[in-house]
Ligand binder design. Structure first.
Ligand code: SAM
Length: 299
């Protein structure tokens, strides 16, 4: 299966699990709803007649909305190239060579050294602006450390420069996303997952895929998710099941020494598919494999 990478290169994205997850989805989907969309790796790789993408992080949903506004790849690339030149960033895709002295002096981190000053001035400009500029935000993401999205308590984007650049993989991801978008009917929303759509408004053959924060694993977006959020989420899934709506969701049942007991109990009444886990964390020492699963309410 050919997998399209999301242009958001989302930390913890599901790109590697697409071949294991997507074949379990229903074949004929009228509306594919992804209420915790993040980078959207699953949506962009799932055939459907229409899509509804939602994320309560307005920077994430805003990036999708901004990408969907773009006319085509060539016009977007011209805007990106113009801004990269204006700011003084260097990009291998745009043919910028790395000076040999920089490669010798910093054999593993020359991209970061090359772009640090320009990146920091772009970040300062972005943080000064009241109306967020998504082209600048996208460039901060692409040139930022681990392609992370992170803000400090005062709402300032605070990711340092990364040892990455705008390369051909980045360009391919953009092109593929815009190609998918041009052939699809896509709506983006920013809010809590329960507000993405009213159950009464669902067309026949709607399907939900959820990738919520995990109760027992650590990531930036997992911090606000505790036991009460987990139980509310199960209630929401139950309400969909009661309305005869199909759904599937990704999660981890065990992670290092922890077990998500709430999920183990609740999942007994559903189908649980084991996945070959790719869950890697910088806390891991690799001696204990997490149990990563897809839970679904249909055969
Ligand atoms: C695990 S990530 C999704 C990653 C995605 N599957 C991918 O492949 O890129 C979970 C997302 O849920 C969002 N989120 C967390 N709580 C939410 C809520 N209550 N309602 C809507 N979105 C939420 C976070 O902002 C985050 O982007």
């Amino acid at each position: 299966m050919k997998v399209i990478r999301s242009p958001l290169f989302y930390v913890g994205d599901k790109a590697k699990l697409v071949p294991q997850i997507v074949p379990h989805f229903p074949k004929d989907i009228a509306l594919f709803i992804e209420p915790f969309v993040g980078g959207g790796s699953i949506s962009i790789n799932s055939p459907a007649k229409a899509y509804l993408l939602n994320d309560f992080n307005t920077h994430v949903s805003g990036l999708h909305a901004w990408l969907l506004e773009q006319e085509n790849f060539d016009i977007l690339m011209r805007k990106i190239e113009g801004r990269i030149r204006e700011i003084g960033l260097k990009s291998s895709f745009l043919g910028d060579a790395i000076p040999e002295e920089l490669k010798t002096e910093f054999p593993k981190t020359y991209f970061a050294h090359q772009n640090k000053a320009a990146y920091e001035s772009l970040r300062a400009l972005f943080n000064q602006g009241t109306d967020k500029d998504f082209l600048d935000f996208y460039l901060l993401l692409i040139f930022g450390f681990n392609r992370m999205i992170r803000f400090n308590g005062s709402g300032e984007f605070n990711v340092p420069v990364g040892n990455v650049d705008f390369n051909s993989n980045v360009a391919d991801a953009l092109k593929n996303y815009l190609n998918w978008a041009s052939k699809s009917n896509i709506q983006v929303k920013a809010g809590d997952y329960r507000k993405a759509i009213e159950i009464e408004d669902l067309p026949i053959n709607s399907f939900f895929y959820f990738d919520p924060p995990y109760l027992i694993a650590q990531a930036e977006y997992n911090k606000s998710w505790g036991e009460s959020e987990e139980l509310e989420f199960f209630n929401y899934l139950d309400s969909l099941t009661n309305a005869n709506v199909k759904w599937a969701f990704s999660n981890v049942l065990t992670y290092r020494d922890q077990t998500n007991k709430l999920l183990v109990d609740w999942a007994q009444k559903h189908q649980v598919v084991d996945l070959q886990s790719n869950y890697i964390s910088y806390h891991d020492n690799g001696d204990k494999k997490p149990r990563e699963v897809l839970v679904k309410n249909y055969e």
